[in-house]
Design a protein around this ligand. Structure first.
Ligand code: PEP
Ligand code: MG
Length: 596
């Protein structure tokens, strides 16, 4: 029966596919398609793992000390019984044979199916056996991990769609950590739904960078959607339709085709310069997470990288951080890929919803019962780890010998932080000189992400060459709304008058000091804000490469002189969104250059 689930739309477009449910704890399980010719070998891998686990369990049982409680032996009996149960193994083989899932994926897919059946059982004793089943599956996964290595991407040489079951797949999970999301960049999924998360949580940001439809904060989605259900994800409205009727499906397929056409049309603007009707040049920069994203930035027509979120190099490494050489290679790769265009590397912004390990913000909050957004993150974390910080600074300085690099410090709020950061930069330069390593001159910029930074910007700007306004955090800290928490997502409001005033003030202060200013938060890539930001005097926007053409189209249709006249009206209003739509939209809609 068809039904709908509602969440927050975070990445546009429509995805239609079969649901793949993944429990948070099993997101790191490899997901790839195998070739028809490998089905037998993959089934054999599963059989091998089952035999290995059976041996493990019988050995454990045999070696139980004589005084061990009898329940232990009974528990191992239950595990052995579950292991031999055909509903687990036969059905898992079916996922391998019919869908061409790799064995680990097939096993976790079947676990989701069975776990739900256990959840629905009336009998308490039977319901609690779910935990036993999960333990058995964990053992099987571990046994398989001892075999060939795993990855999210298709097996080498297997094109993502080269499998018998042609159905596209969408991922449904309770939560996905940003680092895991990044792994999915090369995966087979065409859309995402998560139960938790806010619009500018990093999970959502990475989904957007993949340019595939996504809905977060859909609360019960992973509980009520079943493995293999047909699902429509409407990334424009946040609606998720499960088991859609043929009519509804056709309607969404039509929209899917339309947005494909629109995308093609917009992509023709790639090499058009972003100049407003009144001749104002506007800089279109890209936000990237990994050096490999730089190619997409150039392809999309970016004239530089406005934000390289270097922290993604630091995540999910089991506590071992990337060394100077590894970082240097990564930064140099991005710099070289940009072919002489500037690359703004932000020093690591670990913390809040970007922990070093694969914990999601939600797990972090529950685990520590603290608000990590107000804790040791970004520049605070870097300054608390001076050796690590200098290592990163040296890598960035060395990369600047290979192209134009700008260094950006995140979440600056105190002048003391500025002083310490500059001392660290000076020390890193000295160390490079002593080691005889080449480095180039970098401009140094500050992010403006906390209201305090806006209020003291004239003082900060005495030290910095440029400013980048991080509206995602500026909104979070101005309105005291955790950006990763869906429970307060309705209060996360970029149109809030206080937010607009702070952004306006930051731009004006930067102009007054004669320093370049850019916005690299999600507002920069959202066409709803382009006019108001242009009216505020912003001429540099940094966003995911996939958003550049849409924003450029908006810029090409704008007349900043006319927009400026209405700015005060928007800023003074109690409902700036409504006023802005009323004032700016009709003018933007008139006949002006388009990609057509
Ligand atoms: C921001 O806060 O707007 C920003 C760009 O940084 P991040 O999203 O990585 O916190
Ligand atoms: Mg930020």
């Amino acid at each position: 029966m068809s039904f709908q689930v509602f969440g927050l739309p975070v990445s546009r477009g429509v995805a239609i596919g079969r649901a793949v449910l993944v429990a948070s704890s099993r997101i790191d399980v490899a997901h790839y398609f195998i070739n028809e010719t490998d089905v037998e070998a993959e089934t054999e891998r599963l059989r091998g793992a089952r035999d290995a686990v059976a041996l493990e369990l019988t050995t454990l049982q045999r070696d139980l000390p004589v005084d061990a409680p009898p329940e232990l032996s009974a528990l191992l009996d239950v595990h052995l019984m579950l292991l031999r149960d055909e509903t687990l193994v036969l059905a898992t083989k079916q996922w391998i044979r019919e869908r061409h899932y790799n064995a680990e994926w097939a096993l976790s897919a079947q676990l989701e199916v069975l776990a739900r059946q256990f959840d629905e059982m009336e009998d308490d004793y039977l319901r609690e056996r779910k935990a036993d089943l999960e333990q058995v599956v964990e053992r099987l996964l571990r046994a398989m991990a001892r075999g060939p290595s795993v990855s999210y991407a298709p097996a080498p040489g297997v094109p993502p769609r080269d499998f018998a079951g042609e159905d596209p797949l969408v991922l449904i999970a309770n939560d996905i950590a940003p680092a895991d999301m990044l792994q999915f960049k090369r995966s087979v999924f065409t859309g995402f739904v998560t139960d938790v998360g806010g619009k500018t949580s990093h999970t959502a940001i990475v989904a957007r960078s993949m340019d595939i439809p996504a809905v977060v904060g859909a609360r019960e989605a992973s509980r009520i959607i079943r493995q293999d259900d047909w699902v429509v994800i409407d990334g424009d409205t946040g609606v998720v339709v499960v088991d859609p009727s043929p009519i509804v499906l056709e309607e969404y397929r039509f929209r899917q085709r339309q947005s494909g056409l629109e995308r093609d049309r917009l992509s023709r603007l790639r090499h058009t310069q972003a100049i407003t009707l009144d001749g104002e040049r506007v800089e279109m920069l890209a936000n990237i997470e990994l050096p490999g994203d730089a190619a997409a930035a150039v392809e999309a027509g970016a004239v530089g990288v406005g934000l390289f979120r270097s922290e993604f190099l630091f995540m999910n490494r089991g506590g071992e951080l990337p060394g100077e050489e590894e970082q240097f290679e990564a930064y140099r790769a991005a710099v070289e890929a940009m072919n002489g265009l500037p690359v703004t590397i932000r020093t690591v912004d670990i913390g809040a919803d970007k922990p070093l390990d694969r914990m999601s913000a939600n797990e972090l909050r529950h685990e520590h019962a603290l608000n990590p957004a107000l804790g040791l993150r970004a520049i605070r974390w870097s300054l608390s780890e001076p050796g690590m910080f200098r290592q990163q600074l040296r890598a960035i300085l060395r990369a600047s010998a290979h192209g134009k690099v700008r260094l950006l410090l995140p979440m600056v709020a105190h002048l003391g932080e500025v002083r310490q950061a500059f001392e660290a930069i000076a020390k890193a330069k000295q160390q490079l000189d002593e080691a005889g390593k080449a480095w180039g001159n970098v401009e140094i910029g500050t992010m403006v992400e906390v209201p305090a930074a806006v209020l003291m910007l004239p003082r900060l700007l005495k030290h910095f060459d440029f400013v980048s306004v991080g509206t995602n955090d500026l909104i979070q800290y101005t309105l005291a709304i955790d950006r990763a928490d869906e429970a307060v997502a309705h209060l996360y409001d970029p149109w809030h008058p206080a937010v607009l005033q702070l952004i306006h003030r930051a731009i004006a202060e930067a102009h007054a000091a004669g320093k370049p200013v850019s916005i690299c938060g999600e507002m920069a890539g959202d066409t709803a804000f382009t006019d108001v930001l242009l009216a505020m005097g912003l001429r540099s926007f940094s966003m995911h490469p996939s958003r550049i053409s849409s924003i450029k189209q908006r810029v090409l249709r704008a007349d900043t002189r006319a927009l400026r006249q209405h700015l005060q009206e928007v800023l003074a209003s109690d409902d700036p969104e409504a006023v802005s739509q009323g004032l700016f939209a009709p003018r933007s809609a008139r006949a002006t250059p388009t990609a057509a």
